[in-house]
Design a protein around this ligand. Structure first.
Ligand code: MG
Length: 139
């Protein structure tokens, strides 16, 4: 397996087939922040993104956010997301520790998890090394 190749690619997180992921046994969806949940350094999330995260929760997915960015805890995006979902800043992707830490917090093993992000050398490589199903959002 090529560790730098995502299992799937999508134009946006809106376009991912989450029902299919659920039927494949996936139960946790981990999202990158920059250029995945929002644009580059998003100041707030678009309403359709917030609605998607709500929908995933209703579908009984666990949702988590894993970003390498160092973000102040008073950043409004972080405050909103962290109030609802497990979230790790400075996650040091592709290192395993951040992925395993948030999955332990959620209580889901790597093989039942999906990582969605835009960067091959952090999001996709880190996920593939752990057997987390990887989906790349194309820039
Ligand atoms: Mg990103």
């Amino acid at each position: 397996m090529n560790l730098l190749r995502a299992r799937e690619e999508a134009r946006s997180i809106i376009d991912v087939d989450y029902e299919r992921l659920y039927s494949l046994g996936k139960r946790a969806i981990l999202f990158d922040l920059d250029n995945t949940l929002g644009g580059r350094r998003p100041a707030q999330l678009a309403p359709e993104i917030t609605a998607l995260l709500d929908k995933l929760t209703k579908m009984r997915f666990h949702v988590g956010i894993l970003t390498n960015r160092r973000i102040g805890t008073n950043d409004p995006v972080i405050v909103d997301l962290a109030a609802k979902y497990p979230l790790r800043c400075r996650a040091s992707k592709p290192r395993k520790k951040g992925f395993l830490g948030i999955l332990a917090q959620i209580g889901i093993p790597p093989k039942q998890a999906v990582m969605i992000g835009d960067r091959l050398f952090t999001d996709i490589l880190g996920a593939n090394r752990l057997g987390i199903y990887s989906i790349r959002i194309k820039p």
